[in-house]
Ligand binder design. Structure first.
Ligand SMILES: Cc1cc2nc3c(=O)[nH]c(=O)nc-3n(C[C@H](O)[C@H](O)[C@H](O)COP(=O)(O)O)c2cc1C
Length: 367
């Protein structure tokens, strides 16, 4: 019987254990360039079986918060190469989370101050972070404009280009498409945010089209064995909702099963909140079974509110990988602490978004 601390293969990725650092936005990348400290931050955490970077914009249009990194400029790629080199020097594995925020943005962050883009012109009832003079402020997202169907191939291409640059130039071991948390791909999936009447709206097949096209393009660019995807079937994060998520996500994972992906990453419940939502029931075991029955061989990664006992239970029940978010912010040596059942450092919420070394690279490891 496997444990959390046993190695596992996820596509091309040979992982030393089943503990994954979840993607964590830290807003410390002015001009969308990861700071030198990012190499320290990620390499401090390299004992994780896999590190997933903070969400990283595939284009300027794909950016929705101040001081988040990108993957579309030379300086950005050079900075990421320093990060991947530092992680590899410690024997770690790292993939980058590919991000297009869609409507979760602000005109101040968009090229030429334009409107953020979305499947439909519906403003998300959510906030984004603008950092002014080093001080983060939460502000309402701007009203978006609906994307023209003719613009969608460019977005799909953007995912593929970013994936290729990530692997070939920045030295990542792979990529994760951000299909979760109410960002662009999730906005297209769910009928609360997608009211389109063309081939990208309406039926489940149509709403899943953009996510599947982007995933296939990334697979063509870097190979399925280096590609993962994150999904959040019922999260209310960023004001998304689907009226019938079980058949929607069943269709999605059955299609993904044909792409020989490295892994499927599922956020169970409300991201960072309750694992069960009373008015949004969802059967995750049935979702996993549908993926396996459709021939899906990728690793099954779960996330949200895991601790050691819950993670042990998940691995026992056949989940391959468990992603930890907040515990990895405050515990660079989380793998060791979980193994030894050692106490965890407390998270300082004030330094999660923005700032420098404090609350980033200064959390202590066990002596
Ligand atoms: C500070 C912070 C930043 C986050 N940034 C991202 C992100 O960039 N991409 C993403 O998919 N999820 C992001 N999340 C969600 C986490 O990956 C994770 O799903 C969530 O924290 C629940 O896992 P946990 O209970 O282990 O913390 C973020 C969460 C936090 C607390």
């Amino acid at each position: 019987m496997s444990t959390l601390f046993d190695p596992v293969q996820a596509g091309d990725l040979q992982l030393a254990n089943r503990i994954v650092m979840a993607p964590l936005t830290r807003n410390r990348s002015p001009n969308a360039i990861p700071p030198d400290l990012a190499a320290t931050y990620y390499s401090q955490r390299a004992t994780a079986g896999l590190l997933i970077t903070e969400a990283t914009a595939i284009s300027h249009q794909g950016q929705g918060y101040s001081d988040v990194p990108g993957l579309y400029g030379t300086e950005q790629l050079d900075a990421w190469k320093r990060v991947t080199d530092a992680v590899h020097a410690k024997g770690g594995k790292i993939v980058v989370q590919l991000w297009h925020v869609g409507r979760v943005s602000h005109t101040e962050l968009q090229p030429d101050g334009g409107k953020p883009v979305a499947p439909s012109a519906i403003t998300a009832k959510t906030k984004t972070v603008l950092i002014k003079d080093g001080v983060p402020a939460f502000v309402e997202t701007s009203e978006p404009r609906a994307l023209d169907a003719g613009e969608l191939p460019g977005i799909v291409h953007g995912f593929a280009v970013a994936a290729r640059s990530a692997v070939e130039t920045a030295g990542f071991d792979g990529v994760e498409l951000h299909g979760a948390n109410g960002y662009l791909l999730d906005q297209f999936l769910k009928d609360g945010s997608n009211k389109r009447t063309d081939d990208y709206g309406g039926s489940i097949e149509n709403r899943a089209r953009l996510l599947l096209e982007a995933t296939r393009a990334v697979v063509d660019a870097v190979g399925g064995g280096k590609t993962g995807i994150r999904l959040s079937p019922v999260t209310p994060a960023n004001d998304v909702h689907d009226s019938n998520p079980q058949p929607l996500f069943t269709y999605v994972v059955k299609q993904l099963a044909q792409l020989n992906l490295a892994y499927i990453h599922i956020i169970e419940g409300a991201t960072g909140g309750p694992r069960e939502i009373a008015d949004r029931p969802f059967d995750y075991e049935a979702l996993k079974a549908a993926y396996r029955e459709a021939g899906g061989k990728g690793a099954w990664m779960v996330n949200n509110g895991y601790d050691r006992p819950l993670a042990d239970e998940a691995v026992k029940e056949g989940d391959d990988l468990v992603a930890f978010g907040k515990p990895f912010i405050s515990n660079p040596d989380l793998v060791r602490r979980l193994r030894e059942n050692a106490p965890l450092n407390e998270l300082d919420k004030a330094t999660m978004y923005g700032g420098g070394a404090k609350g980033y690279t200064d959390y202590p490891a066990l002596g």
